[in-house]
Design a protein around this ligand. Structure first.
Ligand SMILES: [Zn+2]
Length: 345
């Protein structure tokens, strides 16, 4: 189960533009409101570190006195029961309150807890709803003013749009795309561990998807990865021979260049690459054979030093060729040599 996934609510986006409908739902006695204080959900009962925790959801009229007059109240969606029948859920930002766990209507019912830690204690579906609420309120807190002209913006559409009171620019919540990758090898996978993680916690590797980078930025990121302990960094950006020449001078450790199918990195010979200062080269197919001798020597040296090689190191050369596609490379190259051949893509 991926954390924060599996949100069971019907977001009823076609209804959100109907302000009267949203307001009627917000006042409906059956509706539940999730208070969020400084982006933390309210968990019922005393603080504990073992699941399950219960998310604080309250009838209309209880939490409103804790919120500022212009505090965002986001329509989260409807529970099962069809577009009209299901109970509605809202999230209300009560960050204006001083200490709502100990003062006011919520005092004594529970505690506020950081969202990520809460998600590990809540049932997955509640964690997903809470994640939606947190993301939306966070967006409102950061978008009170127009990015275009600086004037105040006001929420609309149940909290899914803000409009500038001066220039009428519309602002919508955006998600920040992230790549989360799990590098696998046979039955094994590569995971990372942040220094701030609790004991025993590991994660897949992840990063923000970013708009285009220039070579300097790619190099900076590669060096940051090496600083963080990576054995090899990957630089995808070089598109000219000058940039290819610059990379080994700028990157502090072994790096891989563009390996994307139809990538723009210029082709260079082994001798040229070595002259530029590249130390690791990976080639497709038959050229890979040239590196196998070196691999064998390196493994032999490891064995001599008593550093037991991993089971993968026992892979036969034939199996290694099969893994990198060496057997397919020669016929493929022959095909590409045919000038009449039309390549797909
Ligand atoms: Zn504006």
């Amino acid at each position: 189960m991926i954390p924060f996934s599996g949100n069971p609510l019907n977001r009823a986006s076609e209804k959100r533009t109907d302000a009267a409908w949203v307001e009627a739902r917000r006042r409906d006695p059956a509706t539940l409101i999730m208070p969020m204080w400084r982006l933390m959900p309210f968990l019922l009962g005393a603080e504990k570190n073992e699941p399950p925790a219960e998310l604080g959801l309250f009838r209309p009229g209880l939490c409103e006195s804790l919120a500022a007059p212009d505090a965002p109240c986001v329509f989260l969606g409807l529970e099962d029961g069809g577009i009209e029948g299901g109970r509605a859920l809202f999230a209300l930002d009560i960050s204006a309150a001083r200490d709502p766990a100990n003062e006011g209507p919520l005092a004594g019912f529970g505690h506020f807890r950081e969202a990520r830690a809460s998600a590990q204690l809540l049932p997955p579906k509640d964690a997903a709803i809470m994640g939606q609420a947190k993301a939306m309120i966070d967006w409102h807190q950061r978008h009170g003013f127009c990015a275009r002209c600086g004037a105040a913006t006001a929420p609309l559409d149940g909290g899914y749009r803000r409009v500038c009171g001066s220039c009428n620019a519309e602002h919508f919540p955006r998600t920040d795309p992230v790549v989360i990758m799990l590098a696998t090898y046979g039955d094994e996978c590569l995971v990372g561990r942040g220094r701030h993680f609790p004991a025993g916690m590991y994660s897949a590797l992840a990063g923000f998807v970013e708009p285009g980078e220039c070579i300097e930025e790619a190099v900076r990121r590669a060096n940051a990865m090496l600083d963080a302990g990576a054995d090899v960094a990957f630089v995808e950006a070089p598109q000219t021979l000058d940039e290819v020449r610059a990379v080994p001078k700028l990157v502090k450790g072994p790096c891989l260049l563009n390996m994307v199918w139809k990538g723009k990195t210029p082709e260079v010979s082994i001798a040229e690459a070595q002259a530029m200062g590249f130390r690791i080269m990976i080639f497709p197919g038959l050229l890979f054979k040239a590196t196998m001798g070196a691999s064998d020597e390196a493994l032999a040296a490891l064995r001599e030093q008593g550093r037991h090689p991993t089971p993968h190191a026992e892979m036969t050369i034939k199996a290694a060729f099969a893994r990198v596609g060496a057997d397919e490379w020669e016929p493929l190259r022959e095909r590409f040599r045919d000038p009449s051949l039309k390549l797909a893509g």
